[in-house]
Write a protein that binds this ligand. Structure first.
Ligand code: GAL
Length: 748
């Protein structure tokens, strides 16, 4: 049977690489993967620090269990240009920072110790997509995903593609195409057995076929009472494949779901039901750690999108992302738009060929994820290029005829080679551009972007972003405008049945090159900050989910007399999924106010907007008048479900220390986020609290980043990384004027 084991520990790492030393063990730091070659500061850094070569080495002692077997090391990804050597001999090179590659060791293994050396070149090599032009994100060097040791019989299962051709029928079919690897030409004759199991582990179907070739298809039909995979009930099945040849057995498993997904001229349909797609774009980056975040952090991002932001789709801008992230999307019912690496620039023929390979690698890695509903097969925001994109589309369709293609553009009248016209629509805000004297437009009419008279399947893949960068600690008036722009677009997309939906730019702030962002190497384009702490705009999304999945009641204000121009807090947007709210200002009689359906008729949950339609200037007063507490209560079905008190005189009261989890796994570089918040007596963030906080950790683990950090707008983030030993970790945070706080983590 197959061995497939984590191979992350005991790597020797050093900066630089010399080819003539690939065969000898060098001195360096011992590290565990996932690993980032350079831990950059939070901002104001030099991103060329990681754009160079690095060496990773690991000794593999020959085991008797390798005899007569295929032995390889599978890298889930390494950025950007990887070359693998065994005992000084080059065995594989991989010029794609986002997809897996397998280094076959078998022919080069010797008795005793074997030395695996990996050269990682983090340079922005213009031969490799996305490089060659400018890109608005960083591609942190390192072996930043997991690595596995794989030992199989000489003839083994290379991959399996699962299709569910009649997912909506009462009796369903599973078609499994099994790909056989036979690197030494031993002959593939044997049998393949395929079994489908449900979530409780019960077999629901099975079948067998003889193998004589490098692929075999097994079809299981008449499957009754199988459940659909849907966003609210993402039922997964497991398909197990067993291969038996005269050279031994092999076994792999893959999860899948029964579902249909289709973009049409009348919008998007999941399992035949019209669903308005509402989501955000996501990079895969973390402060200090760059790309090197393991399973927990990847899963957490998916959970934030689904459960906190109440999105139903994410776009993996601008590259294939971690399998942990995608697995989680399958588990929780979050749809995915996945795309190839690239950003505006198209290179020469060799580059384009590499990009076509990117399409193939992405699809072959991810074709069984029910969450993925579309393949993005253009370089994000590039110009038209008929031959290149005809080929990316052809390859995508040949590999996977079950999903549609899209290709993200920002140009109009672009040649539609894909199934879906996917458009970054940055029209909102263009009225502010110098020399433009035009009216505010929220979204462009479809015919204006496509240049076509007839409707086509259509999706908005980006909006806002650089048109209105906003920090979590920006003045509230700016944040109110940030919120408004997100709401306006969500409303417009919801109101046009021919728009399948939208993914806004973007989920969280991200580190970037000097040519982008606010000059400190950050693009403040997120609805969350880099630590995934929400800005007000996050609640524009969160409030669109129904209250039974979590009540949202978020006034877009820091509640002060003089934060806004001229003073006061009007108009005050309250982002909520409640039926109505009541507002009490000091001793004045409470006011009941309903959602603003007039401005946002199409939103599932329009915000409440408090302005002079509902309150008088006397109540809220003006400059020089007494400022008072505000109490806002949200009601659902006539019941008060949430109340917020906004204090007229906020006092620093609590230092909150909020870890995502306190149970960590030792020996896996398990990494957990901790948010520190400076709170007032009502539990609200003190928006201008910027004091330093000292953090320290006792026990087998480390704090990622500095141990003296500053609050930014009342919150600060950090990561705790588990070490190799079991035990406990205690994190302490000290900050004037609060009492010290500690939190204990258990490492098992
Ligand atoms: C788009 C691009 C994104 C990001 C965004 C900022 O043009 O696709 O990667 O740069 O602009 O708004």
């Amino acid at each position: 049977m197959r061995r497939y084991e984590n191979f992350n520990s005991g790597w020797i790492f050093k900066a630089g690489f010399e080819k003539d030393q690939a065969g000898s063990l060098q001195s360096g730091e011992t590290v565990r993967l996932p690993h980032t070659a350079v831990e950059l500061p939070y901002n104001y850094f030099d991103e060329t620090e990681y754009q160079k070569a690095f060496t990773y080495q690991k000794v593999i002692a020959y085991e008797p269990g390798f005899d007569g077997r295929e032995v390889s090391v599978v890298f889930d990804a390494a950025m950007a240009d990887a070359v693998v050597y065994l005992n000084g001999v080059e065995i594989i090179a991989h010029k794609d920072g986002y997809t897996p590659f397998e280094a076959r060791l078998t022919p080069h293994l010797k008795a005793g110790d074997n030395l695996l050396t990996v050269k990682i070149d983090g340079s922005e090599n213009p031969e490799i997509p996305p490089f060659g032009g400018q890109i608005d994100y960083l591609t942190y060097a390192g072996i930043y995903r997991d690595v596995w040791l794989k030992v199989t019989s000489p003839v083994s299962i290379a991959n399996v593609k699962i299709e569910t051709p009649d997912a909506l029928a009462d009796e369903k079919t599973v078609r499994a195409k099994v790909f056989i690897a036979d690197p030494t030409g031993k002959g593939t004759s044997g049998t393949v057995r395929v079994t489908v199991r449900d979530e409780s582990g019960l077999d629901v179907a099975s079948g067998e076929a003889n193998v004589s070739d490098s692929t075999v298809t097994v079809e299981l039909s008449g499957i009754r009472e199988a459940q659909l995979w849907d966003i609210d009930d993402p039922v997964l099945y497991t398909l197990a494949v067993e291969l038996q040849t005269s050279h031994g057995k092999d076994h792999v498993e893959s999860r899948f779901g029964f579902r249909t997904a289709e973009y049409t001229v009348d919008g998007f349909f999941l399992n035949g039901r019209n669903l308005k797609l509402r989501g955000l774009n996501r990079h895969q980056a973390w402060p200090h750690l760059g790309y090197a975040m393991g399973r927990r952090g990847q899963e957490k991002d998916a959970d934030i999108l689904k459960f906190d932001l109440r999105c139903n789709i994410v776009r993996t801008s601008h590259y294939p992302q971690s399998k942990w992230f995608l697995d989680r999307c399958d588990e929780i019912g979050l749809l995915v738009f996945e795309e190839i690496p690239g950003w505006q620039h198209i290179g020469g023929k060799a580059w384009q060929q590499e990009s076509i390979e990117n399409v193939r690698r992405m699809i072959e890695r991810d074709w069984n994820h029910p969450s993925i509903i579309i393949w993005g097969v253009r370089i994000n925001e590039s110009q038209d290029n008929h031959d290149f994109y005809a080929e990316t589309n052809r390859v995508a369709r040949e590999l996977d005829s079950t999903r549609q293609t899209g290709g993200v553009r920002f140009i109009t009248d672009s040649e539609l080679l894909e199934d879906v016209y996917t458009m970054n629509d940055f029209i909102l805000g263009q009225e502010e551009m110098p020399g433009r004297n035009r009216e505010r437009v929220v979204l462009r009419p479809q015919s204006e972007t496509t240049g076509l008279k007839h409707k086509v399947p259509y999706m908005i893949t980006e909006y806002n972003g650089h048109m209105y960068p906003t920090k979590r600690f920006d003045q509230e008036q700016r944040q109110a405008e940030h919120v408004t722009r997100h709401l306006l677009i969500l409303n417009a997309a919801a109101g046009d049945p021919s728009i399948s939906g939208s993914t806004g730019w973007c989920m969280y702030d991200y580190n970037t090159h000097r040519d982008f962002g606010s000059g400190d190497r950050i693009c403040y384009h997120g609805v969350l900050d880099m630590y995934r702490e929400p800005k007000f705009a996050a609640y524009a999304y969160a409030s669109q989910g129904d209250a039974d999945g979590g009540v949202v009641l978020q006034p877009v204000t820091f509640w002060a007399r003089g934060e806004r121009n001229i003073g006061g807090v009007l108009p005050l947007i309250v982002l909520t999924n409640c039926d109505y709210i009541e507002l009490k200002f000091g001793d004045y009689a409470p006011k009941r106010i309903y959602p603003d359906k007039e401005t946002y008729p199409h939103l599932p949950h329009p915000p409440v907007v408090i302005d002079l339609r509902t309150v008088t200037p006397e109540e809220f007063g003006s400059w020089g008048r007494l400022w008072r507490d505000g109490v806002i209560t949200g009601f659902v079905d006539g019941e008060a479900v949430k109340t917020m008190t906004l204090h007229a005189d906020p006092e620093p009261t609590t230092l909150q220390i909020a870890p995502d989890a306190t149970d960590l796994v030792a020996g896996e570089k398990d990494c957990v986020r901790v948010i520190l918040r400076a709170l007032d007596q009502g539990g609200n963030i003190l928006p201008f609290f910027d004091d330093p906080v000292a953090v320290s950790l006792e026990g087998p683990g480390r704090i990622v980043g500095p141990e003296l950090i500053s609050f930014k707008g009342g919150a600060a983030g950090l990561y705790i990384e588990a070490g190799d030993e079991k035990g406990t970790l205690t994190l302490k945070a000290s900050c004037r004027p609060f009492a010290d706080q500690t939190v204990t983590f258990t490492l098992t």
